[in-house]
Ligand binder design. Structure first.
Ligand SMILES: [Fe+2]
Ligand SMILES: [Fe+2]
Length: 177
């Protein structure tokens, strides 16, 4: 198969997902250091999900005999002063990834790549859920103000983003973590 613009962007998306993984680890560690264990747990889990997304794309490229390489990741932000700053960064990142997946879908369609389009459907649905749950967390964090433990209570009670294993998820190279 020739290397189309879709395939090129898909390769880049592996890097985008792994960069999101690295950034979410930094957010989780910040929460951990602030003794906010529920938020830390939530973002450790989100970081693993981003890693899995990257490895799902790797598996897809392996399955279709497309050239795949693992890129390095850009620097991440570690310095913050309030939970709202971290959640805002995460929300912006999820919106950015949504735009990247939408662009990939458009490219698959213009390349006439039906298999590529089908592969992306799960990612589009996943982004709707991730933007929605991060938006909720943002509203809760803003409402909590300086009462950070109110956010902890919410995360503990609502189990946001803890959908468990999704049987419709694409297979990840090496297996999902
Ligand atoms: Fe992702
Ligand atoms: Fe995400």
């Amino acid at each position: 198969m020739s290397r189309t613009s879709f395939v090129e962007k898909l390769r880049e998306q592996v890097g985008n997902e792994l960069a999101a993984h690295q950034q979410y680890i930094a957010l989780a560690v910040w929460f951990d250091r602030q003794d906010l264990p529920q938020l830390a747990r939530h973002f450790y889990r989100q970081s693993v999900e981003e890693r899995n997304h990257g490895m799902m794309i790797v598996q897809y490229m392996l399955d279709r005999d497309l050239p795949v390489e693992i890129p390095g990741t850009p620097p991440v932000r570690n310095s913050f002063s309030t939970p709202v700053e971290l959640i805002k960064l995460a929300l912006d990142q999820e919106k950015q990834v949504t735009g990247q997946i939408e662009e990939l879908f458009r490219l698959a369609r213009s390349d006439g790549d039906a298999l590529g389009e089908q592969f992306l459907l799960w990612f589009l649905a996943e982004q709707v859920e991730e933007v929605a749950s991060m938006t909720t967390l943002m509203v809760i964090a803003q409402r909590a103000g300086t009462n950070w433990f109110d956010i902890e209570d919410f995360v503990a009670r609502e189990q946001i983003g803890d959908g468990g294993t999704d049987p419709s998820a694409p297979v990840a190279a090496g297996g999902q973590l």
